[in-house]
Design a protein around this ligand. Structure first.
Ligand code: MOS
Length: 758
């Protein structure tokens, strides 16, 4: 491993010009403010909480994928000296709402011991509550369930395909523009290829823990969640109480990847268990128990048909997707989304269909849709470039979308050309052989390079924040924002300090609790736009009030500056038209006899901007791989990504997000695959020993280039999401590099050595 293989050691050498504004906390490459707490073990994760009298709960989960539970040896479990209660169908607190009732796209059906039915492997079928974790675990084992099993439906051919009403969250399953068949008929070259991506499991390091306690009808819950208010609302509905009576603490998450966006069934079971026994209950699922009730990425089979004319312009782009959902709920991997935004073509058709399987319900996972879709799209682009004898980057530039295809909307900003150029330069793309299997390194390994385009929508949700400045010149900003590892504790505080015009050391910043204003969902790579936008607005509200006090006060040097305006920095307001005239927050408040000024702010989508513009982040990823010609072993040796995602709040954290995304891509391309036994529907690798994710030694030298991009439309901060885009170009880039190294085109992810040797 070289020094550059450690993302945290990368020098801050490729900052976009002008990113650091003097005196502003925005744009500074600060380290994570929560870092020292985490490395010293002081950061308190959900499962670290143990209120007095806490009991431990263990799940008993189904060993079949479809059927009924016919028996549980409750007497044996209850006879265990440590066991306090066995919660099971018929012996569980009543719920106010059927957990199978659906009231919105973010409400997912939950298995909460309402009946004896089994809908997927590892579904919870009982909960044993005991004085110790050991007793609970032993008790769960003593239940020794018996079943009436039915033949499970497993795999993309196991059921009749249908067209879902929508894919992702409310996206159309079918999108067409122009005549694809005519475009294919008119093409001088066509390709058709089918790609497969497997079911994948989020595998956040931290399990979906919950420590629940009731005080009458008030619930206190330590639970990792990506969305505090949404979790509150879901639990309030299930327990028939007001959301205000639910207090959720979620200051730190050990990863989410989409799996903690909505409460998982076992987290609700912890609340039910605490209610049943009248004592606090802690429930931490095992790694295996996270394969089933916590969501996953649905598998896909995608057929791409492309036509191009002799000059290399696309004449048709046809993307057909088959994916899967559970037998009982609706989430459909929106794998065609990237195809609707990325390349110009006179004819585009995108069609999703799905089958129903006896698995847990798929869910959002690491660029849901764009990640899976771009595997196929970027591979197909590469195959067509080869067919045309064109450089893959030249082919992409020849089909650059100047406006969003299908909608015809202009982009609010799109610095993708800069990403291609900067990435290609840094990688050394030029002069690469067009034919595969041309290069060997000094050790005889086959060397190949490949590229892919990255794209992810710039999303924003509804969020609110509260801010205040005090007479001593210090300030507070608070909101129910979430840090699942991406750096919100730091980036949002930077926005807060910048907005209030104070230093980071004068700022008290609070988040991660449901008692604070609803800051929306930490998902869809939209949290900085949402929560950051709310923080910016709340701070602006405080400064506006402060400016009103000063500019209307004849004793202030700012008197009469109302029309010219003032700026806030370093704890002072300064006249825009005369930087020599300024006054400290402290003086303004003291003279006004005020101890503090409070402000509110909110963020959300601007419908007019949404109607007029397409808003996406973009990037280009370049990969180099080395393949053992005899054994087929694949190593990614270099990854370079260049990304443009609007304004950079913290270049160190943004770069870290890009590294993370590219490592997810490496994981998708070479490692991850959930294997199920089609006869039983049981997992063959529901553990981290056999479900492979990359370790440090798998991660190559990486470079993430932050490409400058100004966007005055996308939101009040000009930021786009950076959390998920890194995965989208990377998988295709690696797959294309493996082909370039070996001449073997593997269309089924992950690319493993057997597929190269076969
Ligand atoms: Mo992300 S899959 O929106 O948490």
């Amino acid at each position: 491993m070289t020094a550059t293989s450690k993302p945290s050691n990368m020098p801050a050498s490729n900052l976009p010009a002008g990113a650091i504004r003097h005196g502003s906390s925005i744009g500074q490459p600060l380290t994570r403010r929560d870092g020292p707490l985490k490395v010293t073990g002081q950061a308190r994760f959900s499962a670290d909480n143990l209120p007095p009298g806490t009991l431990h709960a263990a799940l008993c989960v189904a060993r079949i994928a479809r059927g009924r539970v016919t028996g549980l040896d409750v007497a044996a479990a209850e006879a265990h000296p440590g066991v306090v209660a066995v919660m099971r169908p018929g012996h569980a607190p009543a719920l106010a709402k059927d957990p199978d009732a659906k009231d919105g796209p973010f409400t997912f059906r939950l298995d909460l011991l309402q009946n004896d039915r089994v809908r997927y492997a590892n579904q919870p079928i009982a909960v044993v509550i005991a004085e110790t974790l050991e007793a609970a675990t032993e008790g769960a084992r003593l239940l020794a369930p018996t079943y009436a099993a039915e033949t499970p439906r497993i795999g993309l051919d196991a059921g009749a395909a249908f067209t879902p009403d929508s894919v992702g969250v409310g996206a159309p399953p079918v999108e067409t523009d122009g005549d694809v068949e005519a475009g294919l008929a008119a093409a001088s070259r066509t390709i058709a290829a089918t790609y497969e991506t497997p079911a994948q499991y989020h595998n956040a390091m931290e399990p979906h823990a919950a420590v629940a306690s009731w005080d009458g009808n008030r619930l206190t819950l330590f639970m990792p969640t990506q969305a505090l208010a949404m979790s509150q609302a879901r639990l309030a509905g299930l327990f028939g109480i007001s959301p205000d009576d639910i207090h959720i603490e979620s200051p730190y998450l050990g990863g989410g990847f989409g799996s903690k966006g909505v409460p998982a069934g076992p987290q609700v079971l912890a609340c039910m268990a605490a209610k049943l026994v009248g004592r606090p209950v802690k429930l931490v699922p095992t790694r295996t128990q996270m394969y089933g009730p916590m969501g996953h990425r649905g598998p896909t089979r995608q057929t791409l048909r492309l036509g191009a004319d002799a000059s290399g312009k696309l004449t048709a782009l046809d993307h057909h997707i088959r994916t899967a959902s559970s037998s009982f709920d609706d989430f459909f991997e929106p794998a065609g989304r990237a195809t609707s935004t990325l390349y110009a073509s006179p004819a585009i058709a995108i069609r999703h269909e799905a089958v129903r399987l006896d698995t847990g319900t798929p869910l959002f996972m690491r660029a849901p849709g764009e990640a899976t879709g771009s595997v196929a799209l970027e591979s197909a682009l590469d195959e067509m470039a080869h067919e045309l004898g064109m450089d893959p980057l030249e082919f992409r530039l020849a089909n650059y979308a100047e406006v969003e295809p299908i909608t015809g909307k202009p982009f609010s900003s799109k610095a993708l050309r800069d990403c291609y150029r900067r990435g290609a330069e840094a990688f050394g793309w030029a002069g690469r052989p067009l034919q595969p299997r041309q290069t060997r390194d000094k050790d005889g390994f086959l060397v190949g390079t490949g590229m892919g385009t990255a794209t992810f929508p710039a999303l924003i949700f509804e969020g609110m924040a509260r801010a205040e400045i005090r007479a001593d010149g210090t300030g507070t900003v608070e909101l129910g924002a979430i840090d699942m590892g991406q750096g919100s504790w730091t980036a949002l505080a930077q926005i807060a300090a910048d907005g209030l015009g104070i230093g980071m050391d004068a700022l008290t910043f609070r988040m991660g609790s449901s008692d604070l204003p609803n800051a929306g969902i930490a998902g869809g790579s939209g949290h900085t736009a949402t929560a950051g936008g709310a923080v910016h607005a709340a701070a602006g509200d405080v400064i506006r009030q402060l400016a009103e006090l000063a500019t209307n006060d004849p004793a202030s040097p700012l008197y009469g500056a109302g029309n010219a305006g003032v700026t806030a920095a370093d704890g002072r307001l300064t006249r825009r038209d005369d930087p020599g005239r300024s006054e400290s927050f402290t003086d303004i408040l003291r003279r006004a006899g005020r101890s503090r000024i409070e402000g509110q702010g909110k963020a959300g989508a601007d419908p007019a901007a949404q109607a007029s513009y397409a808003m996406h982040a973009h990037g280009a990823v370049f990969a180099e791989v080395k393949v053992d010609p005899d054994l087929g072993q694949i190593r990614v040796s270099r990854l370079v990504g260049a990304f443009a995602a609007g304004r950079v709040i913290n270049p160190r954290l943004v770069r870290s997000q890009y590294y993370g995304g590219m490592i997810w891509g490496l994981s998708f391309a070479l490692h991850e695959r959930a294997e199920m036994d089609p006869r039983t529907g049981r997992f063959l690798n529901d553990n981290l020993a056999e479900y492979h994710v990359p370790v440090n030694a798998d991660v190559p030298a990486m470079e993430a280039i932050l490409v400058h991009e100004d966007d005055a439309v996308v939101n009040n901060l000009g930021v786009k999401g950076v959390g998920e885009i890194g995965i989208t170009g990377t998988v295709g880039a690696i797959a294309n590099a493996v082909w370039h190294a070996t001449g073997v085109r593997v269309r089924e992810m992950p690319i493993t050595l057997d597929k190269l040797l076969g």
